[in-house]
Write a protein that binds this ligand. Structure first.
Ligand SMILES: [Zn+2]
Length: 168
């Protein structure tokens, strides 16, 4: 039995951390579409992030575990693919956390037509600012950083390597 003062299912889901970028929450990423609560049953609707990322299964498990820790044992997780997630949905708070953690946040997402968009594998020139010293003198080292979702850069001003979260 849950108490009326207990934290809401939405609050719990909002605070779940992204498995690949644990400095940001699912709320920061903008992937939570809806959390409904009927008595102890919770339905969570999320929009997957990068289709090339294997993180979705982990996110589902993490949401289920976080809700279970708070007494919600009857959890259904749905995915909403339309409209497709865009890095434009990452909140300002999320972008600040990325910079504080040494990441370069994504720039404006490319325009696109409707439908799920695969991870862009072509190299697009982008203006990337060093998260350490704010210099614009940065160099692409590899289009694929720690994960497919990130490109690896190096700052030619301060010499620091860093990952840029790709825009989709
Ligand atoms: Zn720098």
């Amino acid at each position: 039995m849950r108490f009326a003062t207990a934290v809401s299912a939405l609050d719990i889901v909002s605070e779940v951390l992204d498995p690949e970028m644990p400095m940001v929450t699912l709320d920061d990423l903008g992937i939570i579409r809806e959390v409904t609560q009927h008595d102890d049953a919770v339905t969570v609707t999320i929009t997957p992030t990068y289709s090339g990322c294997p993180a979705m299964a982990t996110i589902r498990d993490d949401i289920t575990a976080a809700l279970a820790r708070n007494g919600f044992d009857d959890v259904e997780i749905r995915t909403s693919l339309q409209p497709a997630w865009s890095t434009d949905w990452i909140t300002d708070a999320g972008r600040r956390k990325l910079v504080e953690a040494g990441y370069s946040p994504p720039g404006p997402a490319p325009r696109r037509t409707s439908g799920p968009i695969p991870l862009t594998l072509t190299i697009r020139p982008r203006a990337v600012i060093c998260p350490q010293c704010r210099s614009e003198n940065t160099q692409l080292v590899s289009e694929f950083g720690a994960t497919l979702c990130k490109a690896h850069y190096r700052c030619t001003a301060c010499g620091e390597p860093f990952d840029h979260v790709k825009e989709i």
